[in-house]
Design a protein around this ligand. Structure first.
Ligand code: ADP
Ligand code: MG
Length: 712
């Protein structure tokens, strides 16, 4: 899966429009100097990679830089360079990019800062760069970044320390510092990198573009992305969908999730951080693995770089754990449960074989407590036998060995265990073998070497390790789920004219739901008590009356709902009371709605909001009058396929109440709501609370639609 740095083999170029960024043979550095961002460190980085192409310093105030001839500008170079690294103050950068466009440079990396992240003039400078890059210019990475490294093509526009190894993991990061940290932490953990890009403010090339390239790149199997925002949700979704088809996992560490974090994001690279819950929903929908910090990101790089080739052919969801301690076994049961890792019981045959190998000294269970140090002489028999049993179990996909790794000194007898592990891996190439340590502690140099030479997927910590395995299992379920996802239905308009902003009343709102096929309880308006009584007897008793007043949004909270009215007298009295409710709330009394009492069902809330960045976001959750207090909901970004809708029903706790009820009708209602929002850009929000779910069918008993949004 990965090779040592220094192999000069240069693979064939990838047929992709971003190829010039990663595979270039000549580079000019605008703003080259004897120190600073355009200084000799970048040149040394190139040398370390074995880059032998021309390197042109460009500096309009010096004739030599770093002992080399300097040129006053890009146009005066003896040839058009493949790549231009720009490291001059921000105010000069747009002209440099224009010049690159004029002479036909294909790729540029801008490390200078002082653009969108500073606002004002900076934002304007960045807009000029974007305009040139989009219309006629080079591919632009940055500005406000630390550049990029291609370990595969042995070239870089970057002046930092290189990753230790070449391999199948690519990194994309809005933050240069966090990209560096990922490369530097990943190396000792055994991760080899294909390409690492810090994309900064994404004036030209975006994270979505880069994902698209990595999907096409045969050298990359896994993408680790550190993102402040998703600048182009449509392209991002498309790229992630292609990544899923190619079985290349994308792991995202999304920053700016807290309110404070999102403020610092907007000052950091000028990103407009979207709502965290919507991001999480989108990532789930796209099968993107979301992690919470850098350690977890690196853990996923470690695990997936070995798992992906196996995962292409089989599921990797259930684990067998070979422990050496009773406490560890107990704790692992807890942390695996918390991390969503299934630990299947051994089969009868497996348990018998294991019991024999253990000479009945330890219980033959999963997890196995094999009784103390790997250095004990009996482990020469016990460990290989345990590996063989676990790897032969039909219900075990991932075999985890928990090692106590010497912190200092030599590996000692652990070397034998590593050899036995390697033998088991060779014998069972369709299983994933992982080593887990107890804590995120230090280890002796020999272990680091073993991890690297044997490509041992090494997870650290009883908590973090199972969390990574749980995320792998989730991804496995996603890629091995239904292959063909049903296309979302094509949205058909049901409303005539776009309207100015206004909330629609309950009757108008229900009419819109009915038009897209969501069943609603029949609802009429009465402006007098007599009319209310007449309608109630027409619709059938028991009846429901609700106040109709535009200012009263939460009707029941303000005493505006009367349920279970048995006869005309009760209806007349309710009418009078509701009028009094409107008067005392100083609301405009427009009458009441009259509707029959619906049979009780499970109360679900359906909703839709138009997110400024992602467009329509659909919500489904536990409904009723406590919806806000419970906040037990699932979100998805439209368009929503029936599979997405089904996944939503598993995504909130109250979804369990739907067992035995008409989930298909509810899925249909969710998809119809998604279609409605897509077909009508002027709908701002829809709130259906509650919709009753029955053994057969669903029925909306309350609805509120807000018109008058800008199309998004
Ligand atoms: P609001 O949400 O504005 O307070 P609703 O119209 O949702 O008002 O009514 C409040 C509650 O009354 C609902 O959550 C539901 O439990 C019940 N309810 C409303 N309409 C009906 C109906 N037609 N049949 C049965 N129950 C109803
Ligand atoms: Mg309601």
């Amino acid at each position: 899966m990965h090779e040592d740095t220094g192999t000069p083999q240069r693979p064939a170029p990838v047929a992709h429009r971003l190829a010039p960024l990663f595979d270039f043979s000549s580079i000019a550095v605008v703003g080259a100097s004897d120190s600073g961002p355009g200084g000799p460190r970048g040149f040394r980085t190139l040398q370390a990679l074995g880059f032998s192409g021309p390197y042109y310093p460009v500096n309009n105030r010096a004739t030599t830089v770093q002992g080399m001839k300097a040129y006053p500008n890009v146009a005066s170079l003896p040839e058009v360079p493949d790549m231009v690294l720009v490291a001059v103050p921000s105010r000069f950068v747009p002209d440099v990019i224009d010049e690159c466009a004029d002479v036909g440079v294909k790729a540029a990396v801008i490390v200078s800062a002082g653009f969108l992240e500073e606002g004002g003039d900076g934002a304007e400078l960045q807009a000029r760069i974007t305009a040139t890059a989009r219309s006629r210019g080079p591919l632009v990475v940055g500005p406000n970044c630390l550049g990029l490294v291609s370990m595969v093509y042995r070239c870089a526009a970057f002046d930092g320390a290189l990753p230790a190894h070449t391999g199948n993991v690519a990194v994309i990061s809005n933050s240069g510092g966090l990209m560096n940290e990922t490369m530097w932490t990943g190396g000792p953990r055994g991760i080899g990198f294909s390409h690492c890009v810090s994309c900064g403010n994404e004036a030209g090339v975006t994270a979505a573009d880069l994902i698209d390239y990595f999907v096409a790149d045969p050298a990359t199997d896994v993408v680790l992305a550190i993102l402040e925002t998703v600048r182009d949700p449509a392209l991002f979704s498309e790229a992630c969908t292609r990544a899923r088809a190619a079985r290349k996992p994308i792991v995202v560490l999304k920053m700016g999730r807290s309110e404070q974090g999102s403020r610092s994001v907007s000052t950091h690279t000028g990103a407009l951080a979207g709502n965290d819950a919507v991001y999480a929903a989108l990532f789930r929908q796209l099968g993107v693995i979301q992690v919470d910090d850098l350690d977890e990101l690196v853990d996923m790089g470690v695990l997936l770089s070995s798992a992906v080739p196996i995962l292409r052919n089989r599921r990797l969801e259930r684990a067998g754990v070979i422990e050496i301690s009773g406490g560890g076994k107990e704790l692992l049961c807890d942390t695996c449960a918390a991390g969503g890792v299934e630990l299947p019981e051994l089969s009868q045959a497996g348990a018998t074989a294991l019991a024999a190998a253990l000479e009945n000294r330890y219980p033959a269970t999963n997890p196995l407590d094999s009784g103390g140090s790997w250095g004990m002489p009996d482990k020469d028999q016990v460990y290989p036998a345990a590996l063989e049993v676990f790897a032969s179990e039909p219900a075990i996909d991932v075999v985890v060995s928990r090692y106590t790794i010497p912190r200092v000194g030599e590996l000692g007898r652990l070397s034998n265990r590593i050899e036995e592990l390697q033998a088991a891996r060779t014998a069972h190439p369709d299983r994933l073998f992982v080593v887990l340590s107890r804590t995120t502690d230090q280890w002796c140099p020999g272990w680091g070497e073993a991890v690297h030479t044997h490509h041992i997927p090494f997870l650290q910590g009883y908590g973090r390790g199972p969390r990574a395995l749980g995320r792998l299992a989730m991804y496995s379920r996603f890629v091995h789920g239904p292959a063909e996802r049903t296309a979302a239905q094509s949205p058909q308009p049901v409303l005539s004219q776009p309207e100015s902003a206004r909330p629609l009343d309950e009757v108008e709102s229900k009419a819109i739901l009915a038009a897209v096929g969501i069943p609603v309880v029949e609802t009429r308006i009465a402006t007098t008590a007599d009319e209310a009584a007449r309608l109630a007897s027409e619709l059938g008793y028991p009846a429901v009356l609700k106040v109709l007043a535009p200012e009263i949004v939460h009707k029941s909270a303000q005493g505006g709902v009367r349920l279970g009215l048995a006869d005309g007298a009760a209806v007349r009295q309710a009418f009078a009371e509701l009028e009094a409710v409107a008067v005392s709330a100083q609301a405009t009394f427009r009458g009441v709605t009259v509707q029959p009492m619906a049979a009780p069902g499970i109360e679900i809330v359906l909703g839709a909001q138009r997110d400024p960045q992602f467009g329509p976001v659909i919500l489904c959750g536990l409904g009723g009058v406590l919806v806000e207090a419970l906040n037990d909901v699932a979100l998805r970004v439209a368009p929503i396929s029936p599979e997405d809708a089904e996944a939503m029903l598993h995504d909130f706790r109250g979804g369990r109440l739907l067992a035995g009820l008409d989930r298909a009708a509810l899925r249909q209602a969710i998809c119809s709501l998604s279609d409605l929002m897509l077909a009508h850009g002027d709908l701002a929000s829809v709130d259906v609370n509650p919709v009753y779910v029955y053994p057969t069918g669903v029925l909306a008993v309350d609805a509120r639609v807000q018109r008058g949004a800008q199309s998004a």
